[in-house]
Design a protein around this ligand. Sequence first.
Ligand code: GAR
Length: 200
Amino acid sequence: MTKIAVFASGNGSNFQAVSDACRGGSIDGEIVLAVCDKPGAYVETRAEKSEVPLFSFAPKNFESKAAFEKKIVGKLKEHGVELIVLAGYMRLIGDTLLQAYENRILNIHPSLLPAFPGLDAVGQALAAGVKVTGVTVHLVDSGMDTGPILAQKPVTIEQKDTRDDVEAKIREVEHQLYPETVQQWIETIKESDERCLNER
Ligand code: GAR
């Protein structure tokens, strides 16, 4: 079973979806750590209810991104984490984490990337007047929502849709697409690890 850490900054509904999929067996993994950079965010309550250990920190208490990421990497190693799942973690990942977890950090974003990267992707889509937006799951690199795309699903925006309607449609797609893609990536990692072992 793959040991997973979920990073989040807010409500954590995607944390919940991944956690439920692990418990239900559709992800061959276990969330062994939740990481939150916004002390008090609702995801912390979700972690507590799910009995998942939590590392909560305030970036302002560290002198640099490298300093808090070093601390995070320490916690990840302590818990044997093999895969990082970003679930509304509203912060760019720095070199410290990228080097420690190469090809092992996934992110979900509420648009069809490369359209509408960054903050408030739904607001950006509504302002642009697009009729179709969607959800992307991708590998994380040093850019803003720029890593290789693993999965995408469209969401249509109807004339009558309010912002809340669009957000709700996006969430519904996210909660299905993220667990599915996490499981696929776990299988990909396993296959590539086995190939490496056989080549030795
Ligand atoms: C999700 O819609 C996720 O795609 C988005 O934050 C939301 C978190 O919701 N992430 C980004 O915008 C990353 N650039 P949640 O806290 O309910 O999971």
